[in-house]
Design a protein around this ligand. Structure first.
Ligand code: PEP
Ligand code: MG
Length: 571
């Protein structure tokens, strides 16, 4: 048995067998063969299995993420049935007398090189498709398992070095009971997605892949950040008990689903949810969310080989707005970069992606991408209560430029005779210290602020949010962070604007009383945190928390803040 400590990333307990998610070893030996027909037969068997797997993944993706994400698999299926690719592989087997593996790799590489260097974007995307599917066919030829999280059909806990956001999107909750990784932090995007999918997760364990063999029993405790490999009977009993208590607690929380969020003196605060796809909206409504405080639109752009069209985006935005009715929906414009990459944009690798060409920086330079998104949003605006916000704003000029582009697109649409709502609030995420420092100047020009603490903390503390070795510096309660947040809220209120928070801090039980006292208007969090937060707020007094604001802001360390809040709120 081994006990490993990590970072609690998504609450709940999972007990199941280990499933190792790792890139397979695709090395093979090039051989001269005597009977080409046998190799052609092997090739076709590998193609057939690959096709049937891709069909299943496509169906699964369609159900969990919608049609547009499933499209990439249609493209892959086309590649596998394309005689212009398959015939030359067969020819090569026969003319060169080589095994199917060698013929596949050499032919695929020839096409990949050819397409990759073409000017035509469509052809470059085909290169990426061929690269993806040949790996799968190769794995079947060699006889190694090609890990497909979407195809798991028994109860497992996934163990991996890291999970990409698109790996996470493929997980089927019915079978994947939990996951645990070597790297990552509470605010890495796979952790955030685990919370929307309600899959228990412990990340940043540093060593789990070295300790957990395929098929061994494992416990993932996403409440306290513990992982137990090969547990004893005693451990199993203990954690089954903990799991049952967690389920009971969830039943308690559920009682407040249709209640308003009010403090002990009856003051209302808004509890909204963060979402990544239109499919997440159901979870928001099931958990009693009063709005969407952050729609991360990046996922529309990920897991595919090309930019989403205006129409695809319009459909997604409209769907979210309609499902939410008259409740507010804050849509964030594209925030790609950092740990969210888009291979098809072919951006040069950067040494510090979190400090680099991301989010609004990219959108202002690639305004073709930005304008398409804004048009889709503006057209969707008549279907609900839309608010638009720009990510990673570091200067007033960036905000002004983004807003000008938005206004230009609005005017163009109106000239084309399209309906656009006249009541769209336009705000910014405050996630860079420069903006938090002069929030007073921003407050005169924006309609609202949403504080993105995941990034605000990493930039203020100079600690990469993905790097588990510096995760001790992810300190939401550090007085430096509290002072910046206070500055932003005061600035908003001085101009009659509202201030929300959509970083993970907004759903944290130690932070909630502090933020209430600082006067935060809207708390946006993972849907599953809403009911616990509503339960907690019911017993908190806003006035009382406001009366200790100055004490908290003048403290020296995060530990002092935590000790004070625990004592004050009996946690
Ligand atoms: C944040 O930075 O707090 C935030 C909500 O944005 P993201 O986590 O998507 O970077
Ligand atoms: Mg951010």
């Amino acid at each position: 048995m081994s006990h490993i400590k990590g970072i609690a990333a998504s609450s709940g307990i999972a007990i199941a067998k280990v499933y190792r998610l790792e890139a397979p070893d695709l090395s093979y030996e090039k051989r001269t063969i005597d009977v080409p027909e046998n190799e052609v037969k092997r090739l076709h068997e590998a193609l057939d299995i690959s096709k049937s797997e891709l069909e299943k993944i496509k169906e699964h993706t369609k159900k969990s993420l919608g049609d547009e994400h499933a499209e990439i698999f249609s493209a892959h299926l086309l590649v596998l049935s394309d005689p212009e690719l398959i015939q030359p592989i067969e020819d090569k087997i026969k003319s060169d007398n080589v095994n199917a593996e060698a013929a596949l790799e050499e032919t695929a590489n020839m096409f990949i090189d050819l397409f990759k260097n073409m000017d035509n974007e469509y052809m470059r995307e085909r290169a990426a498709d061929i690269q993806d599917v040949t790996k799968r066919v190769m794995a079947h030829l060699i006889g190694v398992t090609f890990p497909d999280p979407a195809l798991i059909n028994e109860e497992v806990v996934i163990v991996a070095d890291d999970l990409t956001p698109s790996d996470t999107a493929q997980l089927n909750k019915q079978f994947v009971k939990g996951f645990t990784t070597d790297i990552g932090g509470r605010t890495s995007h796979s952790a955030i997605m685990a919370r929307s999918l309600e899959i228990p997760a412990v990340v940043g364990t540093k060593e789990i892949t070295g300790k957990a063999q395929k098929g061994t029993m494992i416990i993932v405790d996403g409440i306290d950040g513990d992982v137990i490999v090969d547990p004893s009977e005693q451990d199993l009993d203990k954690y089954r008990d903990k799991m049952a208590r967690f389920e009971e607690q969830k039943q308690e929380w559920a009682k407040l689903k249709d209640e308003a969020t009010v403090t002990s003196e009856g003051t209302h605060v808004e509890l909204a949810a963060n979402i990544g796809t239109p499919e997440d909206v159901q979870g928001v409504l099931d958990n009693g969310g009063e709005g969407v405080g952050l729609y991360r639109t990046e996922f529309l752009y990920m897991g595919k080989n090309q930019l989403p069209t205006e129409e695809e985006q319009f459909d997604a935005y409209k769907s979210v707005l309609e499902q939410m009715g008259d409740k507010p929906v804050v849509v964030r414009t594209l925030d790609i970069g950092g740990d969210k990459e888009l291979d098809y944009l072919e951006l040069p690798k950067e040494l510090n992606p979190f400090l680099g060409f991301r989010a609004i920086r990219l959108c202002l330079e690639r305004d073709d991408i930005f304008r398409t998104q804004l048009r889709a949003l503006l057209r969707a605006s008549v279907h609900g209560n839309l608010k638009i916000m720009f990510p990673m704003i570091a200067t007033l000029e960036e905000f002004r430029e983004a807003k000008n582009i938005l206004n230009e697109e609005k005017l163009k649409l109106q000239e084309e005779g399209k309906d656009v709502s006249e009541n769209i609030e336009v705000g910014i995420m405050v996630e860079i210290p420069s903006t938090a420092m002069i929030a007073r100047r921003f407050a005169k020009e924006v309609d609202f602020f949403s504080i993105g603490t995941n990034d605000l903390i990493q930039y203020t503390m100079a600690a990469d949010r993905m790097n588990e070795r510096v995760s001790y510096l992810y300190q939401p309660y550090n007085p430096a962070i509290l002072n910046l947040i206070n500055n932003v809220i005061e600035a908003a209120h001085a101009e009659g604007k509202w201030a929300g928070m959509c970083g993970e801090m907004a759903g944290d039980s130690i932070a909630i009383p502090i933020l209430l006292g600082l006067g935060l208007d809207e708390f946006s969090m993972s849907a599953t945190s809403i009911l616990p937060a509503r339960t907690q707020l019911k017993d908190l007094s806003k006035e009382e928390m406001a009366s200790v604001k100055d004490t908290l802001l003048s403290m020296g360390t995060a530990d002092e803040v935590v000790a004070f809040i625990k004592e004050k709120t009996n946690q």
